[in-house]
Design a binder for this molecule. Structure first.
Ligand SMILES: NC(=O)c1ccc[n+]([C@@H]2O[C@H](COP(=O)([O-])OP(=O)(O)OC[C@H]3O[C@@H](n4cnc5c(N)ncnc54)[C@H](O)[C@@H]3O)[C@@H](O)[C@H]2O)c1
Length: 258
């Protein structure tokens, strides 16, 4: 039987850790050839090695998504070999703070990675997808894209922009065979969360972790595999009628009362 993503080439940014790593594994398990882009080449290498050990195909590119030239070089190298069917804009960084204690440097850093990084990858990949009249893009938004979360000023700014870019690209390329959607996860247990706790609550990690879990309607955080399963679906032909959508995957956080 044919695999769902057989012969498709998928670019995953931030594929070295957390959600991105599970997305790489899941797409590879569906038959896709995965191109792992990450600022951390060792982490990306581990992802690719695990895929190869499971019988899948993956390649690694060290790439800072905030750097236009690096993105163009990595995407150019991939396009020299094969077309790109799938782009997952997953690389992202966190920040805690309100408008008063978010520095200009913090705001610029979040913008560079979470907003411009997505733009850089879209700008590098969309023309080639448009020329083939086919392509699927999934962006990592967040519940912060549309909810007022405490102390997430710069992060919410960046994820609101991801939601807006998703709709804009979906609209502009609906006639060119390109689907563009985003997923809006609530809290997912990844190194992103562990690093956040280590940096911000070094003495109260376990306590704050338990608080974060209890603040979820389901009493737990999401698992990266659960986000990867949704992204896998959005990439597949089963989702051929879905574009311009933001799909919540948050255990009810955005819609259920505690
Ligand atoms: N974990 C959560 O609770 C959660 C919730 C909602 C949305 N998200 C979003 O999901 C995405 C992945 O989050 P995660 O929790 O898996 O994070 P993570 O920190 O576990 O992994 C992020 C990966 O991105 C890479 N990366 C960071 N900056 C980069 C850059 N400039 N260029 C290339 N690669 C870079 C890192 O090296 C790492 O491998 C992010 O966009 C995040 O905002 C996460």
């Amino acid at each position: 039987m044919r695999q769902k993503l057989e012969n498709r080439v998928a670019v995953v940014t931030g594929g070295g850790s957390g959600i991105g790593k599970q997305v790489c594994a899941r797409l590879a398990a569906g038959g896709a050839h995965v191109e792992v882009l990450d600022i951390d080449p060792q982490a990306a290498g581990k992802t690719a090695a695990e895929i190869a050990a499971a019988g899948g195909a993956a390649a690694v590119h060290r790439c800072d998504v905030s750097n236009r030239a690096e993105v163009e070089q990595a995407i150019g190298a991939i396009l020299d070999r094969s077309p790109i069917d799938i782009l997952i804009n997953n690389a992202g960084i966190a920040h805690v703070g309100n408008v008063e204690n978010t520095s200009e440097a913090d705001l610029d850093r979040l913008y560079r990675v979470n907003v411009k990084g997505v733009y850089n990858c879209l700008a590098a990949v969309v023309p080639a997808m448009k020329a083939r009249r086919r392509g699927v893009i999934v962006n990592l938004a967040s519940i912060a894209s549309s909810m007022g979360l405490a102390d997430r000023f710069a992060y919410s700014m960046s994820k609101g922009a991801v939601l807006a870019m998703t709709r804009s690209v979906a609209r502009d390329y609906v006639d060119h065979g390109i689907r563009c959607n985003c997923v809006a996860p609530g809290r997912v247990h990844t190194p992103f969360v562990d690093n956040f706790l280590a940096e911000n609550y070094p003495d109260r990690r376990d306590e704050v972790f338990a608080q974060l879990e209890q603040s979820q309607p389901m009493g737990r955080m999401g698992a990266p595999e659960e986000i990867a399963a949704l992204i896998d679906y959005l990439c597949s032909d089963d989702a051929a009628f879905i574009t311009g959508a933001s799909i919540p995957i948050d255990g009810g956080f955005a819609t259920l009362k505690a």
